[in-house]
Design a protein around this ligand. Structure first.
Ligand code: HEC
Length: 237
């Protein structure tokens, strides 16, 4: 079903993940609940307590589409790979959902916010910060390095674009350090791939995409030209 949604969006020229567009609502509401809750606790104001409660309510509702779209992005852009940041995001999202339900149910009839209530809001806030950290880890790699003055610039740029959309979540291009998969700086100046020990050739890259060695999702969708572009880009690193 998700593939269908993404393919419709692609028709309109939208190729980006959907989760980041929604996640701000949840983050904003959880942060807002804590800030208004804190003010309400200091000033003992009923109106502020109510604002905080409204924020928590909307945060709880917004978690559902945000998590749903996060799941979709994970399947679509990362091939559902069972990687560490995703595991944490799933566990913490379940925890956040539970905390928000507790926050909504408790103190329902309170005229003014209690310290316990504020503490629950604070836990929600901390969970959101940590989920955001793992999200940033996944998205951060969207930046890909393109050095200047390439001999076949057009092909390299096309490869960089494909890489940025499909590979950069897991592979860095400005270092050889492992992100989720190995980093590719200077990769075509080496004889062998570090993990698979295959020779560094176009053939091996193609093989890795179609029948991957180890824990990488397969990418069968690329045609010869796109693989040429990816290889040209990898050679430029
Ligand atoms: C979900 C994460 C993920 C994505 C997305 C991904 N890879 Fe990988 N890739 C890996 C992992 C992990 C390995 C190493 C295999 C292992 O450790 O099990 C790997 C290995 C490789 C290797 C072999 C490196 C070696 O040292 O053996 C190549 C080449 C490669 N990937 C290219 C790509 C390209 C090109 C793309 C984009 C079309 C891509 N990968 C997308 C995770 C990913």
């Amino acid at each position: 079903m998700f593939q269908y949604i993404y393919s419709i969006l692609a028709e309109f020229g939208y190729h980006h993940p959907l989760h980041p567009a929604f996640v701000h609502l949840t983050i904003g509401m959880v942060v807002g609940a804590f800030i208004f809750g804190f003010i309400a606790w200091i000033l003992q104001k009923k109106s502020m307590t109510q604002t905080a409660r409204h924020c928590i309510g909307l945060a709880l509702i917004s978690v559902i589409p945000t998590a749903f779209l996060g799941y979709g992005d994970w399947q679509h852009f990362l091939g559902g790979a069972w990687i560490v940041p995703i595991r944490w995001k799933l566990i913490l999202t379940a925890a956040l959902f539970a905390v928000l339900i507790i926050a909504c149910l408790s103190g329902k009839k309170l005229e003014k916010i209690s310290f316990g209530q504020l503490f629950i809001y604070l836990i929600g806030l901390l969970i959101v910060v940590v989920i955001g950290y793992f999200g940033a880890e996944l998205v951060h790699g969207k930046r890909v390095a393109v050095s200047e003055k390439q001999p076949n610039e057009e092909l390299v740029l096309k490869g960089a674009e494909i890489f940025s959309k499909n590979c950069s979540f897991c592979h860095a291009t400005d270092t050889t350090a492992t992100k989720i998969g190995p980093g590719f700086k200077g990769i075509f100046r080496q004889d062998k791939f570090e993990v698979s020990q295959w020779p560094v050739t176009r053939q091996s890259v193609e093989k890795q995409l179609k029948t991957p060695f180890g824990n990488m999702p397969a990418f069968e969708k690329f045609d010869d030209k796109e693989i040429d572009a990816l290889v040209a880009y990898l050679k430029s690193l």
